[in-house]
Structure formats: C-alpha cells, structure tokens
Design a protein around this ligand. Structure first.
Ligand SMILES: NC(=O)c1ccc[n+]([C@@H]2O[C@H](COP(=O)([O-])OP(=O)(O)OC[C@H]3O[C@@H](n4cnc5c(N)ncnc54)[C@H](OP(=O)(O)O)[C@@H]3O)[C@@H](O)[C@H]2O)c1
Length: 330
C-alpha cells in the first residue's frame, strides 16, 4: 500500500510510523508530511531515513491510504483533497467524528461500521472515549447501561509533543527557580498541579472533551439512551490516561460475570486484586497495546452500580494503534 502520514513529526504521527513497522503492515511506499517547521528533517522507517515534506495541496496524489494527525483545521482543509485523489483517509482529529457518513471506529467494538464509509474517511475517536469504551463495551454486552460518571486523569502528551516539553520545563523551572513558570500549552502551570478543564467550555458549561465522551460514545455504541457525565482533568503524567468510571446498569449483573466479561474482551487486561497493590497505573499501560482495568467494586450507594478504574496509552490505543488497526481492517 502507498501510505502517507500528515503530522508525521507529532506525538501521534511518530507512533504511527513505529506501529506500522512493528505490525509489519504492507507498505510499498511511505511519505511523511508536516509544516514548514519540520520539513527537511528525517524520520526512520525500517532502517530507512525518510524526509518530511511540507504539506501542500498537490502533495496528496497517488496514495491508497493517508493518516491525518495534524489537528482538525488541517484535516478539514486537506482530507477531501486526499480522498478526491483516490485515497482513504483515517483521521485522528475531531473534524469528522460526528459526521453521519463518517464511521467512528474502535475495531474491537464496531469494526463492521467501516462498511458504512460514505466519504472515504474513517474517524478515530477521542482518546478518552476509546479507553473508556474498551472497559464499558464488554459490560454493555451484559446489561443496558443507564448512566456513566467518568472522571479522567489525562497525561500531558494528550496535548501533543509540546505538552510533554512543557511539563518537563515547568518541573525543572519550578525546582530550580521556585518562581512562577510562564505556561504556554496549558492554561495554568501543570507541574505539581492538576487542571480540571480540557478544551473550551461549551454552552452547557461542560468542556468540549467532556461532551466528546458523551456524543462519540453514543455514536460508537449506537445507543442514544446511554448517558455520560464527565469531568476531564489534565494531570502531570507524561503518558497514558486514566479514567475512573462509575457505571449504573439497568439490570442486576453479578460481579463474577463482570470480571469474566472484562477478562475475555480483546485488547483489555484485568489487574484487580485487593492484595499486593494489584491495580493499574498509567506507567503500567505505557507502550502497551492493551488497556488495563482494576479497582473493580460494587457501588454500595446505588442499585445495580459498579465502580472501576481503566488506564490506556492514549498515544497508542487512543490514537496511533487504533488508526493502524482500522487500516488493517480496511
Ligand atoms: N496526543 C494524543 O494523545 C492524541 C490522541 C488522540 C488524538 N489526537 C489527535 O491527533 C492529532 C495530532 O496530535 P499530536 O498529539 O500528535 O500533536 P503534535 O504532537 O502537536 O503534532 C502535530 C503534528 O501536526 C503537524 N502540523 C501542524 N501544523 C501543520 C501544518 N500547517 N501543515 C502540516 N502539518 C502540520 C506538526 O508538524 P510540525 O512538526 O511541522 O509542526 C506535527 O507533525 C490532533 O488532531 C489530536 O487531537 C492526539
């Protein structure tokens, strides 16, 4: 396949290159695109150095598949140019996620929806949505779910390569100087702090990130009755997101069946015991393809409720790996 990656120098783009190589994806040619800033730099694929080209309208001809990973403005401007030249686009941004003609895919959950592709574009869901649904889908197979209360603990790499740099600089600066750091990527200092807002605040006072979890989940699960209420929080963790999920089922489900269903679900591991500190942390999920669940317990305050904790590498399963898995299905 003739493959292109737009945003190859970014956190997600660089991971796509790595995963294509790891999974021995059939690549006959690989072209890498970025802005003027990275044009001319080289990245390696299968021991070959590939030069990053500046993205231009005429760049996107003669491809079978192009991964877009450069933000929604770039996807909106260039994805249709790529598809009208014959390529299928797998888009990591939010540009087309809620478009009814664009399937929103987590392969373990709704790979069949790929067939509904109307515009030669497939969207990758928001990273917090992917990781949350990897734990929720096996449970939804046991009973309809009324409501999910989600609190996310999202790493700085969710804001891209610049987010990683800002956390490290902020920590170094604070330790050395003991003065206020001038934050750019995050709205407040992220070192030794947490920021309870990701994305802009919408008309109902939820943030965009919080509404993505509700809206995208309903589309992926084809379930307009399930409700998600979320608080999404940026935390000073380099990589992998964690989400606390409080789930209220319509019916009574035995804990034994819950654990069984989670253990059986592809792409999900269970690390759950009250003994020996057996629960997952973001470091356990980093560089791993699997999401990991733990701290699974009955919610004694509500009928048919449970609480659990799920972690996942959001650059891999929340973006790059999920995109390559979609390409494999294609
Ligand atoms: N990071 C995550 O955990 C995550 C998870 C899920 C989805 N996503 C989505 O994936 C996309 C990429 O995120 P990221 O975290 O990889 O961001 P990033 O590290 O900031 O990388 C952004 C990439 O876009 C390129 N770019 C920016 N402006 C461009 C332009 N005008 N023309 C061509 N290329 C341009 C950058 O190239 P230069 O180096 O040349 O600037 C860079 O390669 C975003 O839509 C994001 O919402 C990210």
């Amino acid at each position: 396949m003739r493959i292109g990656i737009v945003g190859a120098s970014g956190a997600v783009g660089a991971e796509i290159i790595k995963i294509l190589e790891e999974r021995k994806f059939k690549v006959s040619s690989l072209s890498l695109f970025g802005s003027k800033r990275s044009a001319g730099k080289y990245l390696s694929f299968k021991k070959r150095k590939i030069r990053i080209q500046e993205l231009k309208k005429e760049s996107l001809k003669n491809f079978d598949l192009i991964f877009f990973s450069a933000g929604s403005d770039i996807s909106k401007k260039f994805a249709h140019i790529a598809t009208s030249s014959g390529a299928v686009v797998i888009d990591n941004s939010s540009a087309f996620r809620m478009d009814p003609e664009v399937p929103l895919i987590i392969p373990e959950i709704n790979s069949k929806d790929i067939e509904k592709m109307g515009k030669n574009i497939i969207a990758n869901p928001n990273c917090t949505t992917v990781i949350s649904l990897m734990a929720i889908k096996p449970l939804l197979n046991l009973s309809p779910i009324k409501r999910v209360v989600a609190t996310s603990f999202q790493s700085v790499s969710g804001a891209g390569a610049r987010g990683i740099r800002e956390l490290i600089e902020n920590i170094e600066y604070s330790l050395k100087k003991g003065k206020k750091f001038k934050n750019i990527v995050f709205e407040k200092e992220i070192a030794f702090n947490v920021i309870p807002k990701i994305g802009n605040i919408t008309s109902n006072l939820y943030s965009e990130e919080e509404m993505k979890l509700h809206n995208e989940s309903r589309k992926i699960l084809v379930d307009n009755k399930i409700n998600f209420t979320a608080t999404t929080v940026r935390v000073p963790v380099l990589r992998s997101h964690s989400i606390s999920l409080n789930i209220e089922f319509n019916n009574n489900v035995a804990m034994e069946n819950i654990i069984k269903a989670l253990k059986k679900f592809p792409g999900l591991k269970v690390m759950n015991s009250s003994k020996n500190n057996t629960y997952p942390t973001p470091i356990d999920a980093t560089n791993s393809d699997d999401c990991i669940v733990g701290r699974i317990r009955d919610d004694f305050t509500v009928k048919n409720g449970i609480a659990l904790w799920v972690v996942g590498d959001q650059i891999r399963k929340g973006a790059a790996l999920n995109a390559v898995q979609i390409a494999e299905f294609l």
